[in-house]
Design a protein around this ligand. Structure first.
Ligand code: FAD
Ligand code: MLT
Ligand code: ZN
Length: 474
C-alpha cells in the first residue's frame, strides 16, 4: 500500500502453540482460521484491495462470552487484535496492519428481540444490515440507514463507524437511533448497556457484541426520480426546491457527475439500464417516502414540472414501479464498485459547505492534469465526484490502475488542506481508520486529540485494541 507514514510495530508477539491451544479450546472448528493463507486472505485485505495485513489467525466467536474470553486472553498475553464486521470499510480500519488477530463478527448473527409497538430491535453485532432490513420489512418497519454495502456490512461495523449512507437526510445520524450497546472492553469486561446507552463510539476502545436500535415505520409510498442537470449551481437550486416543495416526504437527494455515469457504462455495472438517454454534467436522484401514494406522486410530478419550466433541470424521469425504483437506485449504489474496477481507487470522503463541494473535484482534476498524471494511459484515468448533497458530503474518487506514491503525494495532504481551508471535515462518514489516523489534526484540535488519547490509554493501557488506527502516532 502507498503509506505516507508507515507505522512501526508497537505490539510485538508471535503466536505460540499455547495460544493456538487456547483458541481451539474455546472455539469450534468453524470458529477459527489458522495459517492457511488462501483462507485468511479475504480477512487480511480490505474491500478496495488497498490495505493488506498478514494475520495468521481469524477468530469468529458466536456469543458475547466468547468475545470476552478471547479479549481477556489477548490482553493478558499482550496480543493485538482488530475487530472486523463485513469488511466493507473504506479507510483500512477493519484489517490488520501487521499480524494482529482478527476478531470477526460473522457468527454473532442472532436477532435477539423486536418490539412491534415501539419498533425497538435488539440484535447481535454481526447481523447483516440487509438481513435486518428484510426482517423488519415483514413487520412494516425498516432500518434507519441504508448503504450500497448493505448486503455485506454488519450492524456492529455500522455503529462502530457511525455510517451515514443514503437516507441520513431523513433519519439522521445512526447514533441518534441507537438506544443501547453491549460491548466488551479490551480486558474482557462486558459492558451491558443494551437499554440505556445513547451513544458509544466504540471502534478502537472495545468490541460491540449487541445493538439495540430504534427503527422507523416503513413508509407505504416510495418513489424516485432521476434528473439530468447542466450545472452544479442548478443541482443546488434543485436541492433547495426539493426541501421547499417535497419537505416532509423528501428521503434522499443524491448526486453524481458525468464521469461517474461513464464509468458505470464502461463497466456495465449490474447490467444497469440508464433512465436518461442523453449525457448531462450532473445527475440527481430524488427519493420521496410518505403514506399516501397518489398525493406523494402528484407532489413529485409538480416538483419536476416546476424544475423543468424554470430550466433548473434539463431532463427528468419518474420511476413507474418498484422495479424501476430499484434500477434507479442501482445506478447510484453501483458507483463505488465502478470506481474500483480499474484496479485502484483513492477515496476521499469530505464534508464541506454545499456551494464549494464540487470545486474540490475540479481543483483536483486541474492539479493532476498540470502534474501530467491524469488522462488515457497515465497513472490516473479519472477523477469522479458523487455523494450525499443533502448532507453536504462529497465522495471524491481518483481512479487508477495501481496505488502509486507519486499520485498519493500529489493528493495528500492537498485534499486535507483544501478541506480545512473550506471549514470542512476530512472524515464525513467513512471514519478515519488507518488511512487518516495521521491526519486527525486537520479535523480535531490538539486538546481534543490529547483527550482522546487519554481515554484510549485508560481503557486500553496495553494498546491491544486495533492499534495504528484512528489516533495519530506522532
Ligand atoms: P468493517 O469494515 O468490518 O469495519 C469497519 C470499522 O469498524 C473497523 O475499524 C472495525 O475495526 C470496526 N468494527 C467492525 N465491527 C466492529 C464491532 N463489532 N465492534 C467494534 N468495532 C467494530 N459508509 C457510509 O458511511 N455511507 C455509505 O453510504 C457507505 N456506502 C458504502 C458502499 C460500499 C459499496 C462500500 C464497500 C462501503 C460503503 N460504506 C459506506 C463504508 C462501510 O460500508 C461502512 O463504514 C460500514 O458501516 C462498515 O461496516 P462493516 O461491518 O463492513 O465494518
Ligand atoms: C457511497 O455513498 O456510495 C459510499 O459512501 C461509498 C463510497 O463513497 O464509495
Ligand atoms: Zn457515502
Amino acid at each position: 500500500p502507498a503509506k505516507k507514514h508507515a507505522p512501526t510495530k508497537e505490539v510485538n508477539f508471535t503466536l505460540t502453540q499455547d495460544d493456538i491451544k487456547f483458541f481451539t479450546s474455546i472455539l469450534p472448528a468453524n470458529g477459527l482460521i489458522i495459517d492457511n493463507e488462501d483462507d485468511l486472505m479475504p480477512y487480511n485485505i480490505d474491500w478496495m484491495r488497498k490495505y493488506r495485513g498478514k494475520s495468521r489467525l481469524v477468530v469468529k466467536p458466536k456469543d458475547t462470552q466468547q468475545v470476552s474470553q478471547i479479549l481477556k486472553y489477548c490482553n493478558d498475553n499482550k496480543l493485538a487484535v482488530v475487530p472486523q464486521g463485513g469488511n466493507t470499510g473504506l479507510v483500512g480500519g477493519g484489517v490488520p496492519v501487521f499480524d494482529e488477530i482478527i476478531i470477526n463478527t460473522n457468527n454473532l448473527n442472532q436477532i435477539r428481540s423486536f418490539d412491534p409497538i415501539s419498533g425497538v430491535l435488539t440484535c447481535d453485532a454481526g447481523c447483516i444490515l440487509e438481513v435486518l432490513d428484510r426482517y423488519l420489512a415483514e413487520r412494516c418497519y425498516m432500518m434507519p440507514l441504508d448503504l450500497g454495502a448493505k448486503g455485506s456490512c454488519h450492524i456492529g461495523g455500522n455503529v462502530a463507524t457511525n455510517a451515514g449512507g443514503l437516507r441520513l437526510l431523513r433519519y439522521g445520524s445512526l447514533h441518534g437511533s441507537i438506544l443501547g450497546l453491549e460491548a466488551i472492553l479490551p480486558d474482557g469486561t462486558i459492558l451491558d448497556n443494551l437499554s440505556t446507552l445513547r451513544k458509544d463510539n466504540t471502534g478502537t476502545l472495545g468490541i460491540i457484541t449487541g445493538v439495540s436500535i430504534s427503527t422507523p415505520r416503513r413508509p407505504r409510498a416510495v418513489n424516485v426520480a432521476v434528473l439530468g442537470i447542466n450545472s452544479f449551481q442548478n443541482v443546488q437550486k434543485a436541492f433547495m426546491t426539493s426541501k421547499d416543495e417535497l419537505s416532509e416526504i423528501l428521503s434522499a437527494f443524491e448526486f453524481w457527475d458525468m464521469n461517474a455515469l461513464n464509468l458505470l457504462k464502461t463497466h456495465n455495472i449490474q447490467g444497469t439500464k440508464f433512465p436518461l438517454e442523453d449525457h448531462y454534467p450532473f445527475y440527481v436522484l430524488v427519493e420521496i417516502s410518505g403514506s399516501n401514494k397518489s398525493h406523494d406522486d402528484e407532489k413529485l410530478h409538480n416538483f419536476l414540472e416546476n424544475l423543468l419550466t424554470n430550466e433548473i433541470v434539463t431532463n427528468g424521469v419518474v420511476a413507474q414501479d418498484d422495479t424501476q425504483i430499484a434500477r434507479f437506485w442501482s445506478l447510484r449504489e453501483g458507483i463505488p464498485e465502478a470506481c474500483s474496477k480499474a484496479g485502484a481507487v483513492y477515496k476521499y470522503d469530505i464534508s464541506v459547505p454545499v456551494p464549494v463541494l464540487y470545486q474540490m473535484v475540479k481543483d483536483v482534476r486541474i492539479r493532476l492534469q498540470s502534474a501530467g498524471v491524469l488522462g488515457e494511459d497515465k497513472l490516473v484515468s479519472d477523477v469522479i465526484g458523487y455523494g450525499h448533497i443533502g448532507d453536504g458530503n462529497l465522495h471524491l474518487n481518483i481512479v487508477a490502475n495501481t496505488y502509486d506514491p507519486k499520485v498519493t503525494n500529489l493528493i495528500e495532504p492537498y485534499v486535507y488542506e483544501w478541506t480545512e481551508q473550506h471549514n470542512g471535515s476530512i472524515s464525513a462518514e467513512h471514519g478515519l481508520g488507518f488511512m487518516k489516523a495521521e491526519y486527525l489534526g486537520y479535523t480535531k484540535s490538539p486538546s481534543m486529540i490529547s483527550l482522546m488519547k487519554q481515554i484510549k490509554q485508560s481503557i486500553d493501557p496495553n494498546g491491544i485494541m486495533n492499534p495504528y488506527k484512528f489516533l495519530p502516532t506522532r
